[in-house]
Write a protein that binds this ligand. Structure first.
Ligand SMILES: *Cc1c(COP(=O)(O)O)cnc(C)c1O
Length: 425
């Protein structure tokens, strides 16, 4: 197979043969498929095999692959020059679209990756509050900056320990890691670290331990606890922004972040992310304020063109209705097939984010997510791949439905899932 050869060559020149670890199939075994092209809901690998794609580049492709308006916008921008390192009007247009959709965002700064948005927002939160400790939840991913690669310390409420070599105890020791959906743990941390907590950083719908929705009232309680203790609430909407509703999780759950991070969809498949929030906080960012943050390619013309085209397409609200009904159909079909096959699954779904956990109980945090049967998922993943369905190669990821998935795609996926459930027993 061409993918085997491509992987072997890649391994000779890149660590693990990939540029981002989860692409390497470590969680499911086997050789990653190398992709040659994507159109709509379908990707084609270098062997010419087609798959219905639920990875969607891990979130950005809510309109599907090679969406014509986005491709045209990128082509047009490229002909006018790929980068200037000087301001362009397109940056203002994209920023205005963001500010318009997310009311808690008064000012926004464009950057190039979600990781960059996260680390910049954390620096800003520390500068604004004059405090150092950040709280995050176990199982939430906020990019790979040092202070976010942290595991819970020995016992809740203690400071964290590095989860990767190369992260210093110092960087990890300024992060507290608590269970998701546990407001009591959060309140406990605020009590035991009074006046030291700069911000709580959270995925308002967790998507990086698989899809784990916030419990009833959790986000509002969290916002209240933050404001009571003078800490900022940083909503990491890199995955949920423009996906779980036109205004992201904030609109869906009626909560406001002091700061918000965006990525993935906002760049329309190009490397672009953003952080923004309350005006008086964002005014501290250089050059209007003292908090330094910069980027040679920030607000890149090709990326802003793709972002604008995406957000403009998403202003047609019927897209969200279509996404919802396709996702409901998929969820219902998967439940039906699993039940008929005698396979126990828990399916979590919010809007067009969905995860099938091979477990029996509810999945509400990292501990319950980890009860999923990983070996079983690995077999299911390969059974689906053999049947032309491309799922994220990890049991702890979301499947993304896009506006390009047709009723026929969903039907074929459900059929493949039924066969795959029976094949893995
Ligand atoms: C993907 C993701 C990030 C990191 O974004 P990159 O562009 O990969 O750096 C951060 N936070 C969340 C919630 C994400 O899903």
């Amino acid at each position: 197979m061409n993918s085997d050869k491509a992987f072997e060559q890649a391994c000779g020149v890149m660590p693990g043969g990939v540029n981002s670890p989860v692409r390497a199939y470590m969680a499911v075994g086997g050789v990653p498929r190398f992709m040659a092209q994507g159109r709509g809901s379908v990707v084609t690998d270098v062997d010419g095999v087609e798959y219905i794609d639920y990875v969607g580049s891990w979130g950005p492709l809510i309109l599907g692959h090679a969406y014509p308006d986005i491709v045209n916008a990128i082509e047009k921008a490229a002909r006018l020059g790929t980068t200037f390192g000087a301001p362009t009007e397109a940056e203002t247009r994209l920023a205005a679209l963001i500010v318009d959709r997310i009311p808690s965002v008064g000012l926004v700064r464009l950057v190039s990756s979600g990781t960059e948005a996260v680390m910049s927002a954390i620096r800003l939160a520390r500068a604004f509050t004059g405090r150092s400790i950040i709280i995050k939840c176990a199982g939430c991913y906020h990019g790979h900056s040092d202070g976010m690669l942290v595991d819970a310390g020995s016992g809740a409420l203690t400071l964290g320990t590095p989860s990767s070599p190369g992260v210093t105890d110092g960087a990890a020791g300024e992060t507290i890691v608590l269970p998701y959906n546990d407001i009591a743990a959060m309140r406990g941390a605020f009590e035991s670290h009074r006046d030291a907590i700069a911000a709580v950083v959270i995925e308002p719908v967790a998507g990086n331990m698989g899809c784990v929705p916030p419990g009833d009232g959790y986000l509002l309680d969290l916002a209240e606890a933050c404001s009571k203790h003078g800490s900022l609430l940083i909503l990491d909407e890199v995955m949920t922004g423009f996906r779980v509703s036109p205004g992201g999780a904030q609109e869906r759950y009626g909560v406001s972040g002091d700061l918000t991070r965006l990525g993935k969809i906002v760049g329309g498949g190009m490397p672009l992310a953003a952080y923004g929030g309350r005006r008086e906080i964002m005014e501290m960012v250089a050059p209007s304020g003292p908090v330094y943050q910069a980027g040679t390619l920030s607000g890149n013309p090709l990326a802003t063109a793709a972002g604008i085209a995406t957000l403009e397409a998403l202003s047609d609200a019927t897209i969200y209705d279509k996404l919802e009904s396709a996702s409901v159909k998929l969820e219902e079909g998967l439940i039906r097939e699993a039940t008929d096959s005698g396979v126990s699954v828990t399916i979590n779904r919010i809007a067009s984010m969905l995860t099938v956990f091979f477990t029996t109980g509810p999945v509400t945090d990292l501990a319950s997510a980890q009860s999923t049967d990983r070996a079983r998922f690995g077999r299911f993943f390969h059974a689906m791949l053999d049947r032309g369905v491309y799922l994220p190669p990890s049991p702890f990821e979301c499947w993304f439905v896009s506006a390009a998935h047709s009723a026929d795609d969903i039907e074929r996926t459900i059929l493949a899932a039924g066969e795959s459930f029976r094949a893995i027993g």
